[in-house]
Design a protein around this ligand. Structure first.
Ligand code: PFF
Ligand code: NA
Length: 449
């Protein structure tokens, strides 16, 4: 293969394909699955929304996942460098697209991590409260959430601890930090969810919960639900900001992407559904409605946990799971930023990580002190930057990368081959961009009138 495309051998990489898949799954599985998916599913009425969400994963999520894997694995560098390496020779437009998309992706990682860490910090607070480690804090009391979210000091404290955890892992590098963490956390997280499913199978509400999730009632489906589902497909799969490109760039071989992409999307979806099944079982068993809104995880659940058998232990177990999920996602957000400064600006990994981790921490303090800042950054990134980044990456992969590599005979889909590649190329050229444009326009309100 072309040496310039292979990149710098000193940048490290994943030791095994299993390690890579666990890291990518670790990036995907996060607050999006355990906090956001259940509450939006509750708000939009269950089964029909889940079905639309699954269709969005298949039509936009999976094709874009392949686009990012291919760009990363083939470009062999950070998001900006990978795209620049692949921009067809002499294509000024391709290079411009690489710089704009790369720049926005790095900014997205920086901004998302700043508030993601604050929310993860709240989960740390609930973990500490459940373990009885917080004086005066009472689990399940009405005020517990307001106590942490409403306190600039407490929120900042937990945010600081969570950022320190994140920085520590990223300093360790791809193999020594991220791969090691995710190889351990992801299987544990999965087993914990299985255990929770058994627990609610025993305490009750599981049947009702599964019916709610899987029996579609199309009367409840609205245009807003469809748009929410599509937007969430990006966020939950870590797409549109180069996280998957960056991880893909650390793979040594030019393995075919077909199985990896499928595994990452499947596991992320499975874990969202399992988390939803557990959470709604608890909610329904208590005789409550599913429309708890964003407070479902931090207000409704803790109050219910404490009334259940082994309530404090259950709550500790659950919030530990949330912290694990958020931690393995946070490292991927920071890695996008760090990889950019290491690859493009030749900074040392440890320096780039501490410097930019520190800056993210500083910005996060604003979200910890003011919920409006948190909401603003959440909306800015999830509604606009990720879909825009996804659109740019889809257009780049569809129109600016040459798939007839004479040197390496590169075949992203392997022997399964040409037909599948043609289907993917058609989707990424036409179907995905059109759907993404519809989401962006509707979210900006352009389609309202
Ligand atoms: N996929 C993560 C979640 O579902 O919580 C969030 C996320 C992580 C988004 C990393 C983007 C990203 F690059
Ligand atoms: Na996710």
């Amino acid at each position: 293969a072309n040496a310039s495309v292979q990149g710098n051998p000193d940048r490290g990489g994943f030791a095994t394909n299993f390690g890579f898949i666990m890291a990518a799954v670790g990036s995907a599985v996060g607050l999006g699955n355990i906090w956001k998916f259940p509450y939006i599913t509750g708000e939009y009425g269950g089964g029909a929304f889940v079905l639309v969400y699954l269709i969005c994963i298949a039509l936009v999520g999976l094709p874009l996942m392949y686009a990012e894997l291919i760009i990363g694995r083939r470009g062999g560098s950070d998001i900006l460098g990978a795209m620049r390496n692949l921009a067809a020779e002499g294509s000024v437009l391709g290079r411009i697209l690489a710089y704009l998309t790369g720049g926005m992706a790095v900014a997205s990682g920086f901004l998302i991590l700043s508030f993601y860490s604050v929310v993860a910090g709240w989960a740390l607070h609930f973990l500490a409260v459940s373990l009885g480690a917080m004086p005066d804090a009472q689990l399940g009391a009405e005020g517990t959430f307001a106590e942490v979210a409403g306190s600039a000091n407490l929120s900042s404290l937990w945010h600081t601890i969570f950022m320190a955890l994140t920085i520590t892992v990223v300093v360790g590098g791809i193999h020594g930090g991220i791969e090691k963490l995710c190889k351990i956390l992801m299987p544990i997280l999965f087993l914990m969810l299985v255990a929770l499913l058994f627990y609610v199978g025993y305490t009750g509400g599981l049947e009702q919960s599964l019916t709610f999730l899987f029996k579609p009632d199309f009367h409840k489906l609205s245009a807003a639900a469809v748009l929410e589902a599509l937007g969430h497909a990006f966020f939950t799969l870590s797409l549109g900001m180069g996280a998957i490109v960056t991880y893909g760039s650390y793979l040594k071989s030019e393995r075919h992407v077909i199985r990896d992409g499928m595994a990452i999307a499947f596991l992320d979806t499975l874990i969202a559904l399992m988390a939803g099944a557990v959470i709604f079982a608890v909610v329904f068993h208590a005789g409550l409605e599913a429309e708890g809104g964003p407070g479902l995880l931090f207000k409704t659940l803790p109050a219910l946990f404490i009334k259940m058998p082994y309530g404090a232990a259950l709550s500790s177990f659950f919030f530990l799971l949330v912290v694990f999920a958020a931690w393995s996602s946070a490292v991927s957000l920071l890695e996008v930023v760090v990889a950019y400064f290491v690859d493009e600006w030749k900074m040392k990994r440890s320096i780039a990580t501490c410097l930019f981790g520190g800056l993210v921490w500083g910005l996060g303090i604003a979200s910890a002190c003011d919920g409006n800042v948190l909401d603003f950054l959440d909306n800015l990134t999830t509604r606009y930057m990720l879909p825009l980044g996804g659109l740019a990456i889809a257009i780049f992969a569809g129109w600016f990368v040459s798939y007839e590599d004479r040197n390496s005979g590169f075949a992203p889909f392997g022997e399964l081959g040409k037909k599948l590649q043609a289907v993917w190329l058609f989707t990424i050229r036409f179907v995905s961009p059109v759907l993404i444009v519809i989401v962006i326009l509707s979210k900006t309100g352009a389609l309202d009138s």
